[in-house]
Design a protein around this ligand. Structure first.
Ligand code: UD1
Ligand code: CA
Length: 458
């Protein structure tokens, strides 16, 4: 029997080597997106809640891409390759060298099981005070292909895979989620005894509880809600997981006092934050990294990612906020306006058909319809700085790098290539010339040409 304190150091082992054949995709399964983040990001985030001292990710299929994603998500994680996918037990064994010198527990997570709650992981860790091997189980509505937990009181005798189960065992509805906690050395030494003597010919992690029992160690199961253990194997499951995530997130948003006339049409990311009494209209899509403050309003059909909208601001309808958009208090971002990496000052208005990228706009400035910050020269990006109380005339092209001083104006249709001093009016357009009677003459000539070509038929 284990006599341990609850808070031993813990290492994560995230299994991400499987092929994910049933996704029918070139993209490795751990990189398919759920709520705006790759599946593996969800597993890593849940595991991170345990403050692990080491993180080992076992990669295989699509290893290069998975390892790159892991490096971005969690630079401290170590990736180890499982050259051949010989089973979940074999996968855990690949972590052996990465765990050298580690004295503590390990928790095995699956990259394709995104919803497991931090509280559940904490409960598994706590259960180690009384047992050597902790398996996370759940009561399955449809046990199907899941491994079955053969329990004897609170002792877990063994886990039997569906393909190896007797009819009697198949009728068990308490199933294996795949997650397991055990002492690092113990689980590795038990895995060394696993033989591939099963229907699939694989090294099963699920053999660990029975082997532990043979050694006089104890194994038990902690049960959680079935939805937490939802594993993604095929696209319909990914769709179901997304729907489940969205339903929960919408309910959470309503709970914190967000106004949403049609929540079923709003799509959130895993990390969307919206303040109380902010209003989110129909068909708004949030990518990762968005914060909307209390009292802001996001109007219908807007798309936001990596941005911040301050109190009192109104965005949309049909607006697009891209990463780095910082919308100030009471600002207005109207229809068909795209903002990227730009700070929009308090009360500033960009109401129609404009592109503002790599820019800083002061307070109380008005940007006319069709304005474009020409931020890209084909090789490099350049910055546009516009002061406060500025009036940018419609259809102004601001060729960056360029600065427009406070209280300046640009005439409509201007191409601004030089800095505009404070308070100045910049005119950067061709001078207009009117030719008397020329329009009528020109039209007559064109009609005559057409008639000659069509042989007077028209
Ligand atoms: C596994 C369990 C089963 C459990 C189910 C829950 C085993 C033998 N069976 O079955 O009891 O009910 O999960 O979803 O453990 N992986 C590797 N390398 C491998 C094999 C798998 O990294 O060689 C990874 C996969 O990428 C995946 C996870 O391990 O993230 C689970 O593998 P999978 O093949 O989906 O296991 P199941 O057959 O679903
Ligand atoms: Ca699976």
């Amino acid at each position: 029997m284990a006599e341990l304190t609850a808070q031993r150091p813990i290492a994560l082992i995230v299994l991400a080597a499987g092929q994910g054949t049933r996704m029918n995709s070139e993209l490795p399964k751990p990189l398919h997106k759920l709520a705006g983040a790759p599946l593996i990001a969800h597993a890593l985030a849940a595991g991170a809640s345990l403050e692990p001292s080491r993180v080992v990710v076992v990669t295989g299929h699509g290893a290069d891409a998975v390892e790159k994603a892991v490096a971005d998500l969690m630079p401290e994680a170590v990736c180890v390759r499982q050259a051949e996918q010989l089973g979940t037990g074999h996968a855990v064994m690949q972590a052996r060298t990465a765990l050298a010198g580690f004295d503590g527990d390990v928790i095995v997570l699956y990259a394709d099981t995104p919803f497991v709650a931090p509280e559940t992981l904490a409960a598994m860790r706590l259960a180690r005070a009384r047992h050597d091997i902790i398996v996370l189980g759940f009561r399955a509505a449809d046990p199907g292909r899941y491994g079955r937990l053969v329990l004897n009181g609170d002792q877990l005798d063994r886990i039997v895979e569906a393909d190896d189960a007797s009819p009697e065992e198949k009728s068990i509805t308490t199933c294996n989620s795949g997650l397991m906690v055990a002492d690092s050395e113990t689980i590795l030494s038990l895995l060394a005894e696993v033989e591939p003597t099963n229907a699939a010919g694989e090294y099963y992690l699920t053999d660990v509880p029975a082997l532990a029992r043979q050694r006089g160690l104890s194994a038990t199961a902690i049960l959680c809600d079935e939805w937490e253990t939802l594993g993604i194997n095929a696209r319909p499951e990914l769709v179901a997981a997304e729907a489940a995530f969205q339903a929960r997130k919408r309910a959470e948003m309503l709970d914190v006092g967000v106004a949403m006339p049609a929540p079923e049409t709003v799509h959130f990311a895993f990390d969307t934050v919206v303040g109380r009494d902010a209003e989110i209209e129909q068909n708004v899509v949030f990518g990762p990294g968005v914060t909307v403050e209390s009292g802001a309003r996001i109007r219908a059909f807007s798309h936001l990612e990596g941005c911040h909208v301050s109190a009192g601001a109104v965005v949309g309808p049909y607006a697009r906020l891209r990463p780095g958009a910082e919308i100030g208090n009471d600002a207005r971002i109207g229809n068909f306006v795209e903002i990227k990496a730009a700070e929009i000052g308090e009360g500033t208005k960009v109401n129609h058909l404009s592109y503002i990228g790599d820019a800083t706009l002061g307070d109380g400035t008005n940007v006319g319809a069709g304005t474009v910050t020409c931020n890209y020269d084909g090789v490099m990006k350049h910055h546009t700085t516009i002061g406060k109380g500025v009036f940018i005339g419609s259809d102004t092209m601001l060729v960056a790098p360029v600065t427009v001083g406070d209280h300046a104006m640009t005439a409509s249709g201007s191409v601004i290539t030089q800095d505009v001093p404070e308070g100045a009016l910049a005119l950067g357009r061709a001078k207009q010339v009117n030719k008397t009677g020329l329009a009528v003459k020109l039209m007559d000539r064109l009609r005559a040409m057409k008639a000659a070509r069509t042989g007077n038929k028209g």
